[in-house]
Design a binder for this molecule. Structure first.
Ligand code: GLU
Length: 418
């Protein structure tokens, strides 16, 4: 229940943000603003699955197509027991804002299956994914809606979707992004969100006049975003990672630890518990430890009213979507904590998804250096636009990023005659 309240609060915040902030309602027709807050299409399907045991079960699948004024719907599919309509709506809404704030030609969508993939075999997961793809039918496609990996989905899941979709549509690499390299994936897509987070950290540290080489960084999480992000922040920025976590718990040491050994420990034991010379604690405790930069990069709703007052970091960079609820955001702002919001900080993934889609449509593939250079260019441009609006209008980075994004979506809607 608490997640529902927090998620509503985020959506409510975006609503009140557009109504109150900086007279945006005077610049843009309030009817358009209202329309931006509603999803265009909501798809709910019952997905049948024959388990390996022969038993028959059904799972609920969702796809929320929030807005496509600026281009096809775009956003991930997650497989998680908490997936529901409410979550998909919020995350689809955030995708509309995310693609707009970084100015790539997509709208926003999100979806997934309410399931625990850890309880399913690979073959069950494959059948479930193929059945879901069939049920989505004509609602997805390279010019309609382009899913991608998200929590608990990966390039293999995308490969099954491409294969299933291509059976009825001919070879269609562009129907999903985040595919394996062998079948239309892009170099640099795996690391993209973590790399984008690294650029966001670098820009924020520059803006706050901190010394990168002295910055101590805590990542909540150790999945795709945190594992690449942590490595890049140490290797390319020279900052020090001093905390990491999995769903089981967290490791923390104020002096830091050897990241490569932590990675090796994680690979060997499938966790971080038992790693030498660090404190073992809960995920909640980790968020409240001493550090300069905190990067929630696990699931949503990490920073809430209960812990926002105890966050020690000067800078929070949101690696995970919807990880700070609206009330906590207000507390952080009052306390002077500088927050780089999710729609900006973790946009690296969808930016390289955009490159992947471009490469698929052109059948011409880029080098990893080209991908990284373009990603950096787009991230830095978006960051500086948002930061300029924040300074000019005395807003937080979240408010400013909403303003930049909503103005773009609204203009597209008006031009097209929504
Ligand atoms: N799931 C990622 C996100 O939330 C990537 C979406 C995409 O590449 O379409 O941004």
């Amino acid at each position: 229940m608490s997640t529902t309240i927090a998620r509503d609060a985020v959506t409510t915040f975006s609503l009140s943000a557009i109504e109150q902030l900086s007279g945006l309602n005077k610049l843009i027709d309030p009817d358009v603003l209202q329309a931006i807050n509603r999803p265009k299409r909501v798809i709910v399907v019952d997905i049948p699955l024959r388990l390996d045991s022969g038993k028959f079960v059904t799972f609920q699948g969702y796809r929320v197509q929030h807005n496509d004024a600026r281009g096809p719907f775009k956003g991930g599919l997650r497989y998680h027991p908490d997936v529901d309509m409410d979550e998909a709506r919020t995350l689809a809404h955030l995708m509309t804002l995310k693609t707009a704030v970084v100015n790539i030609p997509f709208g926003g969508g999100k979806g997934g299956i309410a399931c625990d993939p850890k309880q399913l075999s690979q073959r069950e997961l494959e059948r479930l994914t193929r059945n879901f793809t069939n049920l989505l039918g004509e609602n997805i496609g390279p010019r309609i809606d382009i899913p991608a990996p998200d929590v608990n989905t990966n390039s293999q899941v995308m490969a099954w979707i491409v294969d299933e979709y291509s059976k009825t549509h001919g070879q269609s690499w562009g129907v999903v992004t985040g595919k394996p390299l062998e079948i239309g994936g892009s170099l640099g897509r795996d690391e993209a969100t973590g790399r984008g987070v690294m650029y966001a950290v670098r820009e924020a540290v520059r803006e706050k006049n901190l010394d990168l080489s002295k910055c101590r960084v805590i990542f909540q999480g150790f999945g795709n975003v945190a594992s690449y992000g942590a490595r890049l922040i140490e290797q390319e920025l020279g900052a020090k990672v001093i905390g990491l976590s999995t769903s089981q718990g967290a490791i923390y040491s104020p002096r830091g630890f050897d990241l490569l050994s932590a990675e090796a420990h994680y690979r060997q034991t499938r966790g971080l518990k038992g790693f030498a010379d660090v404190a073992w604690m809960t995920n909640e405790e980790l968020l409240e430890q001493e550090c300069d930069i905190l990067i929630p990069a696990a699931l949503g709703n990490a920073i809430t009213v209960n812990n926002a007052k105890n966050v020690k970091a000067q800078i929070v960079v949101e690696g995970a979507n919807d990880c700070t609820d609206a009330a906590a955001d207000e507390i952080l702002a009052k306390r002077g904590v500088f927050v780089v919001p999710d729609i900006l900080a973790n946009a690296g993934g969808v930016i390289v998804s955009y490159f992947e889609w471009v490469q698929n449509l052109n059948n011409h593939y880029w080098s990893v250096d080209e991908v990284r250079t373009e990603l950096e260019r787009i991230m830095v441009a978006a960051y500086s636009q948002v930061s300029a609006v924040a300074k000019e209008r005395q807003l937080t980075m979240r408010e400013a990023s909403y303003i930049v994004a909503i103005e773009r979506v609204a203009k597209a809607m008006i031009l097209r005659g929504y």
